[in-house]
Design a protein around this ligand. Structure first.
Ligand SMILES: [Zn+2]
Length: 245
């Protein structure tokens, strides 16, 4: 009941042919970027990342730290806090793009992940916004209320301690969530929650939950198709896989 990668790409590209080019605002996400040194199989080569940014700009989207308008804006997220983003920060500065970075607080300082000091350095840059990806990357829909609260509170506390800023955004580990997760997270101050269900800003999943499109391995054609909303048709499958009411 899952779509293989080749079929997925074919569906996305085919659907995009029929999508009106409305330039709907959307959130896209990656896990890391790399040049010579790669820290995770989910990482995107810097050349491909630069190509994505070029395509976004050629299509006249504005890259923003947080979407505020239904049309013409792209928000770029990075999940987990891998070291490649830190290694390649000069590229991010050169491209002059805002990045929304979701950090797993207990991973800070572990091999292949950023340290607290490195995160603090990134936080000092205007273009980097830091948010929570929980404390231990546990699947939130599969743990007890007590563990869930602990994951969310601990992470918020640690990240607010490092950044001295209010942490009000959360992204779900493995994209998995349910109504209980949405409610408890909202009650703990996470007014913005990010899923991994593809879709546009307009087409939010309930009041608190935003949709996001994974683009980390998309080649030029697939990336253009995703920008046009070609992956929205897959929201049905992602919802089946990620959301249990
Ligand atoms: Zn993650």
């Amino acid at each position: 009941m899952w779509v293989s990668s080749a079929i997925r790409i074919a569906i996305v590209r085919f659907t995009s042919l029929f999508s009106a080019d409305e330039k709907r605002s959307k959130v896209i996400f990656y896990h890391d970027i790399h040049g010579d040194r790669r820290y995770t199989h989910m990482s995107t080569p810097v050349q491909l990342f630069e190509q994505h940014i070029k395509i976004i700009r050629e299509n006249s989207y504005e890259i923003v730290s947080e979407i505020t308008h239904p049309i013409g804006q792209i928000e770029i997220c990075f999940d987990d806090g891998f070291l490649g983003l830190y290694d390649n920060i000069e590229l991010i500065k050169k491209l002059n793009i805002p990045i929304h970075l979701f950090v797993v607080s207990s991973f800070l300082g572990k091999e292949t992940y950023m340290s607290q000091n490195q995160l603090l350095e990134l936080n000092d840059l205007e273009q980097i916004k830091i948010s929570s990806h929980t404390n231990n990357h546990k699947i939130l829909s599969q743990i007890s209320d007590e563990e869930l609260e602990n994951e969310l509170k601990t992470s918020k506390g640690i990240l607010e301690g490092i950044t001295a800023e209010k942490i009000d955004s959360l992204c779900y580990p493995e994209g998995k969530f349910n109504n209980r997760v949405i409610e408890i997270a909202a009650a703990l101050g996470y007014s913005k929650q990010y899923s991994s269900i593809p879709g546009s800003y307009l087409d939010a999943f309930g009041k608190n939950v935003k949709k996001r499109s994974l683009v980390q391995i998309a080649d030029e054609k697939e990336f253009k198709a995703i920008l046009k909303g070609g992956d929205h048709i897959l929201a049905f499958w992602y919802k089946l896989k990620h959301f249990r009411p």
